[in-house]
Design a protein around this ligand. Structure first.
Ligand code: MN
Length: 429
């Protein structure tokens, strides 16, 4: 185990047992002071953010090659591109600096005051410029449920599904950080199967509970990344809500796949949990039968034991209600297989690319990661507290995802990704 993952570590910064940001996590993010424009790189610890720009200025990260440039940059791109040895050195140094028995920062009140920023005083931004966004379809339960709904139980999985991690190219321009509200999309749909489609605000607006992996060093065009080396190219992990308009999607997707039903908004959580922090929570994935082709055979366990949930606050309600409880360990295809498959034809990944898992569902109905499944395409409405029901999202609804790895007495968490549906602006169709 890397020393930074020792469950016995404690920080001098107070961290409650349910906090997502104990010293074993140390996720990276980009923030600005409320009302200001300068972007800073920080690490979350309890209810505070350690401003890494302040820390390097004080000469406290001198063991980390290039730290001056990496942590005074506008976003995490340069640090993510620097690779695993730099990530490990930075994590070791930051972990040491925040320990309860390390006086450097603890006993330096002026520096501590400047470097430890209360989360209430800042706004989080996108952690990196996302150049490309690929969305996989890696949950067998999700793919089987959707296939059952649209093709029947005999043809639930397409013939390719057990042989390759199915994916489509998404759109990076509309990836937004948690807290960004968005307008209900308008588009064509034809739910009644009539001769002509109709145009208007989506009537089947959904969320998708996913994880996203951010690429560190990329690969040159034409040079695939072998599955055994894939982990070295993955910097960290965020929560992803891949908002989806099911009616638009259903009408448009044949034959070339998802387009406007998907690319109007995708929300990610601001804190990037480093893959190093997830090491203690790696578990075997589900058995893969038939055995994948050699280039997809993963030598290591890359299942991730991450508890995940979705909370819905209906328009006008005061409280959120949990509507999904699932776990990332159910995923059939892991991130190393996704990276190997994505690049096997020579396609180049670049620093900051986002690879999302696809909706993460478990086997029981309470574990389904989107409303399409939770309400079985709108046929089984959800009953919510206060007498409200939902098939799909209504204007004013807020949807929040959260997730964490449960350690003994601490949680390595992802925080939240949240967003609210604003009414459509309808132009004549
Ligand atoms: Mn998706």
């Amino acid at each position: 185990m890397h020393p930074s993952n020792d469950p016995a570590l404690r920080s001098f910064v107070p961290v409650g047992p349910d906090s997502h940001f104990p010293i074993q996590n140390l996720p990276y993010g980009v923030f600005r002071w409320k009302g200001e424009t300068d972007q800073h790189i920080g690490v979350a610890i309890g209810d505070y953010v350690l401003d890494l720009g302040c820390v390097v200025e004080a000469g406290l990260l001198d063991d980390v090659t290039g730290a001056d440039e990496l942590f005074t940059a506008n976003d995490l791109g340069p640090f993510m591109a620097a690779g695993k040895s730099v990530w490990t050195a930075a994590r070791s140094a930051i972990s040491r600096l925040l320990r309860d028995n390390e006086p450097t920062l603890r006993d330096h009140p002026t520096l501590r005051q400047r470097a430890l920023v209360p989360m209430t005083e800042i706004e989080m931004l996108l952690p990196v410029t996302i150049g490309d966004y690929t969305d996989f379809y890696s949950s067998r339960e999700h793919a089987s449920n959707v296939g059952t709904m649209f093709r029947g139980p005999d043809k639930a999985l397409m013939p390719n599904w057990l042989h390759l991690p199915v994916a489509y190219h998404g759109r990076a321009s509309s990836v937004v950080v948690s807290g960004t509200d968005f307008r209900r999309p308008c588009g064509q749909s034809n739910r009644s199967g009539s001769a002509r489609p109709s145009f208007g605000p989506s009537q089947a607006l959904d969320f998708e509970l996913e994880l996203g992996f951010l690429i560190g060093p990329g690969n040159p065009l034409g040079e695939p990344i072998p599955v055994a080396e894939a982990a070295d190219h993955v910097f960290g992990c965020v929560l992803v809500n891949d908002w989806s308009a099911r009616d638009i999607q259903q009408w448009e997707y044949v034959p070339l796949g998802p387009f406007l039903g998907k690319n109007f908004c995708t929300s990610i959580s601001p804190w990037v949990v480093p893959m190093l922090a997830l090491e203690p929570f790696r578990v075997p994935g589900p058995p893969q039968d038939p055995e994948p082709l050699p280039y997809l055979r993963c030598p290591d366990d890359w299942g991730l034991d991450i508890e995940l949930g979705a909370w819905l606050r209906p328009n006008g309600a005061n409280d959120s209600e949990r509507i999904c409880r699932t776990n990332a360990k159910h995923l059939y295809w892991n991130v190393c297989q996704q990276v190997a498959h994505h690049t096997v034809n020579g396609c180049n990944l670049r620093t900051g690319d986002l690879l999302a898992t696809g909706t993460i569902s478990g086997s029981d109905p309470g574990s389904y990661g989107c409303l399409l499944e939770l309400t079985w395409n709108g046929t089984k409405p959800l009953s919510l507290g206060g007498g409200q029901t939902r098939t799909y999202l209504e204007d004013g609804d807020r949807l929040t995802l959260s997730g964490w790895c449960q350690g003994q007495g601490y949680r390595v968490g992802f925080g939240i990704v949240t967003g609210r549906v604003l009414p459509a602006v309808q132009k004549p169709g």
